[in-house]
Design a binder for this molecule. Structure first.
Ligand SMILES: Nc1ncnc2c1ncn2[C@@H]1O[C@H](COP(=O)(O)OP(=O)(O)OP(=O)(O)O)[C@@H](O)[C@H]1O
Ligand SMILES: [Mg+2]
Length: 242
C-alpha cells in the first residue's frame, strides 16, 4: 500500500468560511485504490473536505494535487467526472427512480445502460421502487438512489458522505456490499462517517478530524485500537464532549 501512487495530496490546506478556519490540514495523502475513512464529530469539517476533493470549492490556502497534478483552477470536465460524491443530503430529480439513474447518464452523453441500472437497483433493494416518483421516497430510499446514481457513473473516485446514516442494518449491508464491489475494482473511496464500526469494516486507513485538523491518520484497526493521541482515544470512547 505504501508504494501506491497518490490519488490526492493536500499540503497546508486551509479552508475558511467568513474568516473562520473550518479546515486546516498540514499534510494528507489519499492513495489510489485505498479506502480512507474520515471520522470526527459533527462540524469537524468532513463534508467540507469532501467538497474540496470533489473540486466544488477551491481551498482558501494551500495546495491540492489530484493524480499528481496541482489543482489550481477548476479541473476540466473529464477530470471532474472521474470523481463522484454521494452527498450527505442527496437530491433527486422529479422523475422515477429509474429515470433518475438514466438521466445522469444521458446528461453525460453516455448511452443508457439498462442492465447496469437493473443490477444497481436490485443490489440496493430498489427494484420494486424503480417506477416510483423519486421525490416520494423515504430518506433512506433516497440515499440509496443517490448511491446507485453515483455508481452508474463508474467513477474512479467515490466520495461518500455518511452514506448509511438513514439506513437500517439490512440496507447498511447492501450498501457496504456494493462499496466492497467497487473497492475490488480498484476504486478509491473516501468515506466520511460517524460510525466507527463502519470505518473498521470498510476502510484501509482512517483519519480523525477535530476542529478541521487531522489529529491522527493510520491503518484503521491500529488507529481504532491503539490510538496514539489522547484526543483520538477520547473521541473513540465517547468521552469527548462536543
Ligand atoms: N457554506 C458554509 N458557510 C459557512 N460555514 C460553513 C459552510 N459549510 C460548512 N460550514 C461550517 O464549517 C464547519 C464544518 O462543517 P462540515 O459540514 O464540513 O462538518 P461535518 O464534519 O461534515 O459535520 P457533520 O458530521 O455534522 O456532517 C461547521 O462549523 C459548519 O457550520
Ligand atoms: Mg457532514
Amino acid at each position: 500500500m505504501t508504494t501506491a501512487p497518490a490519488c490526492y495530496r493536500l499540503e497546508s490546506v486551509q479552508h475558511r468560511y467568513g474568516g473562520r478556519v473550518v479546515l486546516d490540514i498540514g499534510s494528507l495523502e489519499i492513495r489510489r485504490g485505498e479506502t480512507l475513512a474520515v471520522i470526527g464529530p459533527s462540524g469537524s469539517g468532513k463534508s467540507t473536505l469532501l467538497r474540496l476533493l470533489q473540486f466544488l470549492e477551491r481551498p482558501t490556502a494551500g495546495r491540492l494535487w489530484f493524480d499528481e497534478r496541482l489543482v489550481d483552477s477548476e479541473p476540466a470536465l473529464d477530470v471532474r467526472r472521474r470523481v463522484t460524491t454521494v452527498f450527505q443530503r442527496p437530491f433527486v430529480l422529479n422523475r422515477s427512480v429509474r429515470a433518475n439513474l438514466a438521466f445522469g447518464l444521458h446528461v453525460r452523453g453516455w448511452s443508457n445502460r439498462p442492465a447496469e441500472i437493473d443490477h444497481l437497483l436490485t443490489a440496493l433493494g430498489l427494484a420494486p421502487l424503480a417506477h416510483a416518483p423519486a421525490q416520494s421516497l423515504s430518506g433512506g430510499e433516497i440515499q440509496r438512489v443517490a448511491l446507485a446514481r453515483a455508481l452508474a457513473f463508474d467513477p474512479d473516485v467515490l466520495l461518500l458522505d455518511e452514506p448509511t446514516a438513514n439506513l437500517d442494518p439490512r440496507n447498511v449491508r447492501l450498501v457496504e456490499d456494493l462499496i466492497r464491489e467497487r473497492q475490488a475494482q480498484g476504486v478509491t473511496v473516501v468515506l466520511a462517517t460517524h460510525q466507527i464500526f463502519q470505518a473498521r469494516r470498510l476502510a484501509h486507513r482512517a483519519a480523525l478530524l477535530l476542529d478541521g485538523q487531522v489529529i491522527e491518520v493510520g491503518p484503521t484497526a491500529e488507529m481504532l485500537d491503539h490510538a496514539s493521541d489522547p484526543r483520538t482515544r477520547a473521541f473513540l470512547s465517547g468521552d469527548m464532549v462536543y
